[in-house]
Design a protein around this ligand. Structure first.
Ligand code: VG1
Ligand code: CO
Length: 542
């Protein structure tokens, strides 16, 4: 019943910041999915008879790939595969399931915040037994395997009915179709005081959660409207669609424009939030204020003890290098550790496992904690609701009070998308060449205090990750960071991260682009960004 199929290596199956991401037609090539999945299994050891978690964000091609993985997992000898009904599981829900059911690992089908549909993106990511993304050591080994693979194994069986809850047997493997929300909702109830949040909604608090026609719809609906009593209709775009309804499920003020406009307008509810394709990102908007992810991380870290799951306080905060220094001010005030890692959640896993960090975050709308090993969009919303239920004041006041106490780190990210790879590399090379001579140089009011090519030494396993972004630090606390995206599927995306610190409360209410004008101009000039990319303006400013 198991078929061994001869195959040949396919170029380019290199996992990036978060798994293997390509256009759907690339994944649809013969053997493409099979080669990659077999390369994952060939890289792992000792999984015979263990459990594998499988699910995805419901995007186009999700259902087909789930079937392939089930048949290959059976051929590989897993004892049990748990799959979300309809092939759905959010990224955080996969992490929850791996940990709760002591699974060997999990496979997530998603290209996260990238658009879906037949011409959109698809992705496959492997998570290890702690529930987190496979570390570089493993993704490198998987990639190496894709270059030498000569056959894959697949069970020759009909498709499994993935829409009905229950168990099916494939050879020696039990396939279990499960409610995708149950385990996740149960964990949230352990971490948060649902009574307190329910009381907030019962008191007339209003909210909009935009699931962007992606995977968080069922989670948000069950938790916010079901368990917490938010008004029906609080969750919008709540049905996961294969093409996300044509939306770009990247929860930032640009792509979640409807929500943003609502929150800035006269009919704004008290609170707004959104999540991305696979449910691990969060957008937080109060009435009249977009809370930057970097600020949100700092604010949540400062208040985490209000949630029962963190009542004992937090051990430390970890942030990715481009994320603003706002969290550092909080860590200092709390007298706890602060860790600076490369971009991508996989770098937080060891710090969380070792108990060094409790709360982690990235400027790209990712926030999470040691409850799992992924960032978690709905979790971040529940953290905010916890805070709002205690403080009973508008989000905008909470943010302003935070700035008054810790100072404000004005922050913005400028993305230059679909740039020819050579041009993007040209910007990086231009900066890299200047790094040795930048320290000490003054540009207007900005004097460079240090500049480097960021490398990370993992304090837990001792591994080193080099070339993780070019950063220029200034004496007044400003910062410029340049990096190339590792999740795009078209040309290169240059990300320029811009930051400036402002301690004076009288100057904390400026428009970020205006407040950062000098830093922005310098960043463009140093990298000759306009000349090299041929773009007068970035594609996306967040
Ligand atoms: C981007 C973000 C990064 C995030 C990654 C995965 O990576 O910058 O912070 O961890 O996406 O997020 P890059 O390499 O394109 O900058 V998700 O929600 O797409 O899995
Ligand atoms: Co995501």
């Amino acid at each position: 019943m198991i078929r061994t199929v001869p195959t040949q290596p396919i170029d380019g199956q290199k996992p990036g910041t978060s798994g293997l991401r390509k256009k759907v037609p690339v994944f649809q090539q013969p053997h493409y999915v099979e080669n990659f999945v077999q390369s994952i299994f060939d890289t792992l050891e000792g999984f015979a008879g263990t459990t594998l978690i499988v699910g995805g964000d419901g995007r186009y091609f999700n259902r087909e790939v789930v079937q392939t993985i089930l048949k290959m997992a059976a051929a590989a000898g897993f004892g049990r595969v748990r799959v979300g009904q309809g092939g759905l599981l959010s990224t955080p829900a996969v992490s929850v399931a791996i940990r709760k059911h002591q699974a060997f690992g999990g496979i997530i089908l998603s290209a996260s915040h990238n658009p879906g549909g037949p011409d959109g993106d698809f992705g496959i990511k492997y998570n290890i037994g702690n529930g987190g993304p496979a570390p570089e050591k493993i993704t490198d080994a998987i990639f190496a395997r894709t270059r030498s693979i000569s056959e894959y194994r697949i069970a020759d069986v009909p498709d499994v009915d993935i829409d009905s809850i229950g168990e099916t047997v494939l050879g020696d493997t039990v396939v279990e179709i499960v409610d995708p929300v149950a385990d996740y909702a149960e964990l949230m109830q352990q971490l948060f005081d649902f009574e307190a949040i329910r009381a907030l909604f019962a008191g007339g608090f209003t909210m909009r959660f935009d699931a962007m026609s992606a995977v968080t719809g069922p989670y948000a609906k069950r938790i916010l409207e079901g368990l917490l009593g938010a008004a029906p209709g609080t969750v919008v775009n709540d049905t996961p669609l294969p093409d996300f309804g044509g939306h770009h499920p990247d929860p930032n003020p640009v792509n979640a424009k409807d929500l943003y406009d609502l929150m800035m307008g006269p009919d704004a509810p008290d609170f707004g939030a959104a999540s991305d394709g696979d449910g691990d990102r969060n957008l937080i908007i109060g009435r009249g204020i977009f809370v930057t992810p970097s600020d949100s991380l700092a604010i949540l870290a400062a208040h985490a003890h209000l949630a029962p799951g963190y009542a004992a306080g937090i051990a430390g905060i970890a942030r990715s290098m481009p994320t603003s220094l706002a969290a550092d001010h909080v860590a200092k005030a709390l007298g706890i550790g602060i860790y600076e890692t490369p971009t991508g959640w996989k770098f937080f896993g060891n710090l969380l496992d070792a108990g060094l960090a409790t709360i982690c975050g990235e400027e790209s709308a990712g926030t999470g904690s040691n409850h799992i090993r992924e960032k978690d969009g709905v979790w971040a919303v529940l953290m905010w609701l916890t805070l709002l239920s205690h403080r009973r004041q508008p989000a905008i006041d909470i943010v302003r009070e935070h700035w008054a106490r810790f100072g404000r780190n004005y922050y913005s990210r400028h993305d230059y998308e679909a740039v020819p790879t050579q041009a993007a590399n040209g910007v990086m090379e231009a900066i890299r060449a200047q790094i040795p001579t930048l320290p000490g140089q003054a540009f207007g009011s900005l004097t460079v205090s240090s500049a480097d090519d960021f490398s990370y030494h993992d304090p837990v396993d001792g591994s080193d990750s080099k070339n993780q972004g070019l950063r220029i630090l200034f004496e007044n606390g400003s910062r410029i960071v340049y990096r190339l995206s590792g999740t795009g599927t078209e040309g290169a995306t240059l990300r320029v991260y811009l930051e400036r610190f402002e301690a004076d409360t009288a100057r904390q209410d400026l428009d970020p682009q205006a407040a950062l004008a000098e830093v922005i101009a310098l960043a463009r000039k140093l990298g000759a960004v306009v000349e090299k990319t041929g773009m007068a303006e970035p594609s996306v400013v967040t």
